[in-house]
Design a binder for this molecule. Structure first.
Ligand SMILES: Cc1cc2nc3c(=O)[nH]c(=O)nc-3n(C[C@H](O)[C@H](O)[C@H](O)COP(=O)(O)OP(=O)(O)OC[C@H]3O[C@@H](n4cnc5c(N)ncnc54)[C@H](O)[C@@H]3O)c2cc1C
Length: 350
């Protein structure tokens, strides 16, 4: 019999299971607490087999490159599945006469998809070049920029549920909006306890792959657009310091960055977290930020904008897990774990 890949991995599984995995290693903010269990599947069959070993009530979170995610300092109860280790295939496939198809696994980095499309003379995926997550994360967030949005180019997706079953889904099966994607049958579940209902009805699903449909066009022009887009980002975003992109969605008709800047908050710090002097909708980790520092700045910006403009900023970044209470005679001197609280379920493909 083949031995399991790590001491914790149940027999017959080929991936790697770790306990108390620090999520700061897996999120772009480089801050936050541990998750009880983290699994790196070997491949799709292995993922399905792993999911079948979990108790139905075990909370499951899919994580791509962690570029839109913060785990609170008190940690996350449940199991995280990392997609970018195994789900990495990307290939061409025909969709229609004037369109090309790209079949892409959820763990492939979005910028790679932009380059792959341009290289093969398919246009319309350039915007993905500046989004430093996986395609799974882009599907979950309906990530976008400069007028492009992920679900505008999706033809179909494949999802997996808590019991390891695969489902092929079309965009019509989701309610898709600005940085939000909700599976339609979940609307009923949201009335009661969403998490409990999803587990009971088996409707909690996560993306494992997608087919994108893109018109054929001028690949050279696409490559030029990708280059331009990246230079614009380098000029306007604090890419040298750990961050998670835009913290807030832009409210209708205005920009979150402008509102925060107009409240005089550029350069405001809490612990090791700082509202970027370069872009006020970015919070950067200057070295030793805790998740609580970042969340305190988020709350502060939200309260200031509400107070000054009467506008409720909505968070774009996802925050999960449990907080810690801190006693701050001096910053970081002492901290005590708190009981479970505000256990937020990340959206995933729900
Ligand atoms: C410098 C910088 C610039 C950015 N610019 C942009 C931008 O221009 N536009 C934009 O939209 N975003 C931007 N982002 C945010 C982020 O990159 C995107 O939201 C990205 O799509 C997240 O992908 P990820 O793999 O990192 O997801 P993660 O951060 O790992 O996860 C984000 C959410 O998606 C869920 N998820 C992840 N994978 C799956 C899956 N396979 N199935 C179901 N759910 C899943 C997670 O549970 C979580 O709730 C930026 C971030 C940074 C750091």
């Amino acid at each position: 019999m083949t031995p399991p890949a790590s001491p914790l991995t149940p027999h017959a599984l080929r991936g790697e299971l770790r306990g108390n995995e620090p999520m700061s290693k897996h999120v772009s903010w480089r801050a936050g607490g541990v998750v009880d269990r983290a699994y790196r599947p070997a491949d799709l069959d292995d993922l399905r087999a792993f999911l079948r070993t979990l108790a139905p009530e075990e909370p499951v979170y899919f994580v791509g490159l962690g570029s839109n995610l913060l785990v609170r300092d008190g940690g996350l109860r449940g199991t995280v599945i990392f997609t970018h280790w195994a789900f990495r295939e990307i290939a061409l496939g025909d969709v229609a006469e004037n369109e090309g198809g790209i079949r892409v696994d959820a763990g492939v980095a979005s910028p790679k998809v932009a380059r792959f499309a341009a290289m093969h003379g398919l246009v319309g995926a350039e915007f993905l070049a500046g989004i430093p997550g996986t395609i799974g994360g882009a599907l979950a967030m309906n990530a976008g920029c400069y007028g492009g949005e992920t679900w505008n180019i999706v033809r179909k997706v494949v999802t997996v549920d808590h019991s390891g079953e695969l489902h092929e889904r079309s965009p019509a099966q989701y309610r898709i909006g600005y940085r939000t994607v909700v599976k339609r049958c979940n609307q009923i579940a949201s009335v009661a306890s969403a998490a409990a209902m999803k587990r009971r009805t088996g409707v909690e699903e996560w993306f494992v792959s997608a087919v994108l449909a893109l018109p054929r066009g001028d690949g050279e022009d696409s490559r030029r657009q990708v280059k331009d887009l990246l230079s614009r980002r380098i000029a306007s975003q604090p890419l040298g310091e750990p961050n998670a992109g835009s913290v807030f969605r832009n409210p209708p008709g205005t920009y979150a960055a402008k509102l925060i800047e107009d409240c005089g908050l550029k350069g405001r710090a809490v612990g090791g977290a700082l509202i970027s002097p370069k872009h006020a909708n970015f919070i950067v980790n200057t070295g030793d930020a805790r998740a609580a520092d970042i969340e305190a700045l988020i709350d502060l910006a939200q309260a200031a904008v509400k107070d000054k403009f009467g506008i409720e900023l909505e968070r774009e970044v996802r925050i999960v897990g449990e907080p810690q209470t801190q006693v701050r005679e001096e910053r970081g001197v002492r901290s005590e774990a708190q009981g479970p609280d505000q256990h937020e379920i990340p959206g995933g493909a729900q």
